[in-house]
Design a protein around this ligand. Structure first.
Ligand SMILES: [Zn+2]
Length: 337
């Protein structure tokens, strides 16, 4: 583009006499030249900063995944602090089993949910015991959903809010059509909105090795895992942005799955920065679900896929798999388990 313009420019800048029209033409061309020089930078900044991308951030396994009682408090404190400071309208999905000790409610654990709500964040149901759907009958699953709202529902009510959202454990919605339809119908009867995920990822692998390094106070390894995590998540975002474009012809408001863990307690600020650099603004789950894509038919799958992949499979397409965790992190994961 620059070359062809320079060619044109030579013709304009060889005037025989400086008539008014030539002066205007020269000025116009100077402006054009500047515009063309800055055009690539303009486009690049529009691409990076002007994308108007949107994402709803969701956290599973509240109050926290695999954490000691002390770590649980630290995780919630740090995450709430970041989300509140950055004004992110996130939602956390609770496993109420973690609010009990020997059948007795632990008020200190319920207080962690109150901290979450005090910061203006939302809560949803993620089953009582973090059900493994493949080993659970539909009747047991339904009972676990109801058991999982006994504290959260009245707690939300005391904040003038309603328990509205349900997130399937391991994103598994039912191994068969019959199971999935029965569970979906039950959830709708109970006035739940299913919370899908479009940006799925293997963050739990990073979180596990990070937790192990933290237990040993191995700060060097923690920092390395943290940086790898941000790099990996950036690749994951690229992948699902492209998948959305390929299938829908636009980038839908994404729904990101994360967990309440040490890794996100420490690295959420950097993760948010990564998203902001890609042009994301942060929206509520409710707002994301207004997009028409979330009404698309989905396939029944035994796997916990992204909803974009489920829609693609239902439309007879064969979606690619998401980027894999790098081999060094995988090796640490295998050795530490
Ligand atoms: Zn979970």
């Amino acid at each position: 583009m620059l070359i062809s313009y320079d060619n044109q420019n030579e013709v304009v800048f060889s005037p025989i006499k400086q008539s008014k029209s030539v002066t205007v033409c020269v000025k116009k061309n100077l402006f054009m030249k500047k515009l063309i020089i800055f055009f690539p930078f303009l486009m690049l900044s529009l691409l990076v900063f002007g994308q108007n991308r949107q994402v709803a951030i969701t956290f599973d396994d509240l109050p926290a995944t695999n954490a000691s009682p002390v770590a649980m408090v630290e995780i919630i404190d740090k995450m709430v602090n970041t989300l509140h400071t950055e004004e992110i309208p996130a939602i956390g999905f609770v496993n109420e089993i973690k609010l009990y000790q020997k059948e007795k409610i632990l008020p200190s654990r319920v207080d962690l949910l109150k901290k979450w709500l005090n910061a203006g964040l939302e809560l949803g149901n993620h089953t009582y015991s973090h059900v493994f759907i493949d080993r659970t009958s539909i009747e047991e699953y339904k009972a676990d959903v109801l058991k999982g709202e006994r504290i959260t529902r009245p707690l939300l009510k005391s904040y003038g809010k309603e328990l509205k959202y349900f997130r399937h454990t391991q994103l598994r919605t039912g191994p068969t059509d019959v199971y999935r339809k029965a569970l979906t119908n039950f959830l709708h009867q109970k006035n739940y909105t299913i919370a899908p995920v479009t940006i799925d990822n293997d963050e739990y692998i990073f979180a596990f090795v990070y937790m192990k390094a933290k237990e040993k106070n191995d700060e060097k390894t923690m920092a390395w895992i943290g940086e790898e995590y941000i790099r990996y998540m950036s690749e994951i975002f690229n992948f699902y942005e492209k998948l959305s474009l390929e299938f829908l012809d636009y980038e839908l408001p994404q729904i990101l799955l994360l967990h309440a863990n040490d890794l996100n307690a420490d690295y959420l600020p950097k993760l948010l920065k990564m998203m902001e650099k890609k042009g994301y603004s942060f929206i509520s789950l409710e707002k994301a679900l207004e997009d028409k894509a979330y009404q698309l038919p989905e396939v029944t799958s035994r796997r916990g896929l992204s909803w974009i992949q489920r829609w693609m499979l239902a439309a007879g397409q064969n979606p690619k798999s998401q980027p894999e965790v790098n081999e060094k992190v995988m090796e640490m994961f295998r050795n530490m388990r």
